[in-house]
Design a protein. Structure first.
Length: 326
């Protein structure tokens, strides 16, 4: 009797008890609602309605939370179609696997000989291509890729640029008279280099190209360098085998007009643009080409000197035809 009762403590105890009771009641209500919804959907499915066979608890909650019956029907139809597509994809995958296994079983014994011959032929051709590129590193005409645009592009754009350069290197390696490719301004541990290593892996160190962090003006005489840019006021008339052409390693969509031209002017270099309007009935749009398209054009010009053959690698959507008498 002499002890005082702590009323605040009692209030806290009573409130916590009420809260626990209310939480338990709400959980029971939610569970019962989910069970009822699941039973209802099972009845609808048996009745032939468009209801998915398997539905998760989260999907059931979304179904219950739909504001109207029409919304519930639409949601169920969406889940039903999604489930049908998954089943169809799985069935097609199984059928494809079985078809491939049947083809392997039915393949003739001569197929093994044919495959071994193809592997031998491919290896021989690879050796021949590598020999040509190795020869070009000593006697071939240099072609420079300017790798100084990393800060002007996003990571995704750098990755796209490197993909185009990898394609260009492959086309060059398989050509009759390949260029000696130089990657200039390529810094150690740059995004460019990381993307190259991701593509080439262990072959990066054995790649028959010259990669350097030096600028091309430090490697070659300035009077031999020609920077190819669509913004140049000077139009290229013929392919010069004594010149060293430079291509900017960038995705042109993300670069402001005149960036490569400004870089070439700062370095005091000669510039040139391809004579697209001279030979092609050009449609509206930018005259920027991808790096692999540029490689195709330069290789064709180097081998034939024929602008018509070279410019066939320009995408057909960009022009409506060739000019008869340019």
């Amino acid at each position: 009797p002499s002890e005082k009762i702590d009323l605040d403590g009692w209030k806290k105890v009573m409130k916590s008890g009420l809260q626990e009771v209310s939480e338990t009641v709400s959980e029971q209500k939610e569970l019962s609602a989910l069970d009822g919804a699941r039973e209802l959907l099972e009845m609808w499915r048996l009745a032939g309605r468009s209801v998915p066979e398997n539905i998760t608890e989260e999907q059931l909650k979304d179904f219950i939370g739909c504001p109207s019956k029409s919304a519930q029907k639409k949601y169920l139809k969406f889940l039903y179609i999604k489930e049908l597509r998954k089943k169809s994809d799985k069935r097609k995958l199984i059928e494809k696997r079985e078809r491939l296994q049947a083809q392997e079983r039915e393949s003739k014994p001569d197929e093994t000989k044919k495959n071994s011959f193809m592997c031998f032929w491919a290896n021989s051709m690879d050796k021949a291509y590598n020999w040509r590129v190795a020869q070009s590193m000593i006697f071939g005409q240099p072609l420079v890729f300017d790798m100084s645009y990393e800060n002007d592009m996003t990571i995704r754009e750098v990755a796209n640029t490197v993909k185009q350069i990898v394609l260009s290197e492959g086309f060059n390696r398989r050509s009759v008279d390949p260029f000696h490719i130089h990657f200039c301004n390529l810094q150690e541990d740059s995004l460019y280099q990381k993307e190259f290593i991701k593509h080439y892996r262990e072959a990066w160190d054995r790649l028959l190209v010259t990669a350097t962090d030096q600028c091309y003006t430090e490697v070659f005489p300035k009077d031999k360098l020609v920077y190819l840019t669509a913004d140049s006021p000077k139009v290229m008339k013929t392919f010069d085998h004594d010149k060293i052409y430079i291509i900017g390693s960038m995705v042109d969509k993300s670069i402001k007009t005149g960036v490569s031209l400004a870089r070439a002017k700062r370095l005091g270099l000669e510039t040139a643009a391809l004579p697209l309007e001279k030979y092609l009935l050009w449609s509206s749009g930018a005259k920027n080409l991808t790096l692999d398209q540029m490689m195709h054009i330069l290789l064709t010009l180097k081998d034939t000197g024929d602008w018509k053959k070279a410019l066939e690698f320009v995408p057909k959507r960009k022009y409506s035809g060739f000019i008869n008498k340019p």
